[in-house]
Write a protein that binds this ligand. Structure first.
Ligand code: NAD
Length: 250
């Protein structure tokens, strides 16, 4: 799809978790607006499918964001191939188990943190130096409304997403003089494959919390992310954007 809006002409974006859901739809929008995209994802089959769907403006790298060595290599490979990295959208994430605190498996708690916050930090950490070289960058970290409000039986997920918000606020201030903005978004439930990780009763609970009484659409997420990740969003950093159908407005 070619878009008459061309905000991403000449720009290169890295999208973690870009082979599915919110990340994939964001990649599609950036490509449609003239940009090139590297999809960093752990799922090789989905990467192939996504690259095939998006065409020659897209490059895929199979990696696990929780491994800092893999992330560092991917950042170098991407910058060598495209000459720069202008945009980073960190969308890779997992929900972890729906479990009460007294039963919460310790290894699963650590696994959720390894991916949702340590992995996200590694991506910020290893991409920022390439943005600093050009004194330009846009980072969008995908948190969750759970990081502000908490969700019952989802303590690791909620706590890891709260950490994403804290990291974003900190880097937003730290990187101002480098021409890099760092913002986060806090979606309520969005209709994507990640919902398959949750029990049906938990999905019903989350729907009941949204005043608009529906889940978000990936197109709505891509619209917000591609505005924050564009040059148009030039006076906002360290901010947290709600996209929650009215669930939380603070
Ligand atoms: P999704 O499952 O469709 O996409 C997530 C992608 O991340 C997948 O392609 C998966 O392969 C990839 N991924 C998982 N672990 C990885 C790892 N270790 N390394 C690299 N890639 C990895 O889910 P989605 O709904 O598009 O979720 C995207 C982000 O949005 C997540 O961070 C999620 O927590 C957040 N979010 C989603 C919702 C929702 O309801 N869908 C709500 C709030 C926040």
């Amino acid at each position: 799809m070619v878009n008459s809006i061309r905000r991403y002409e000449g720009r290169h974006a890295v999208i973690t978790g870009g082979a599915s859901g919110i990340g994939f739809k964001t990649a599609e929008r950036i490509v449609s607006e003239g940009g090139t995209v590297s999809l960093w994802d752990v799922d090789a089959a989905k990467i192939d499918e996504a690259c095939h769907a998006l065409g020659s403006s897209t490059h895929g790298i199979r990696l696990d964001v929780s491994d800092p060595d893999q992330v560092e290599r991917a950042a170098k490979e991407t910058a060598e191939k495209y000459g720069k990295i202008d945009i980073l959208v960190c969308s890779a994430g997992i929900t972890g188990p729906n479990s009460k605190v007294a039963d919460y498996p310790i290894d699963q708690w650590k696994h959720v943190f390894d991916i949702n916050i340590h992995g996200l930090f590694f991506c910020n950490r290893f991409v920022v130096p390439f943005m600093q070289k050009n004194a330009y960058g846009r980072i969008v970290n995908v948190a969750s409304i759970a990081g502000k409000e908490g969700n019952p039986n989802a303590s690791a997920y909620s706590a890891s997403k709260a950490a994403v918000i804290g990291l974003t606020k900190s880097l937003g201030k730290e990187l101002v003089s480098d021409g890099i903005t760092v913002n986060a978004i806090t979606p309520a439930t969005v209709d994507t494959p990640i919902l398959q990780q949750l029990k049906p009763e938990f999905i019903d609970y989350m729907l009941s919390k949204i005043p608009m009484q529906r889940f978000g659409k990936v197109e709505e997420l891509a619209s917000l992310i591609t505005w924050i990740a564009s040059e148009e969003c030039s006076f906002t950093t360290g901010a947290v954007f709600d996209i929650s159908g009215g669930r939380a407005t603070y």
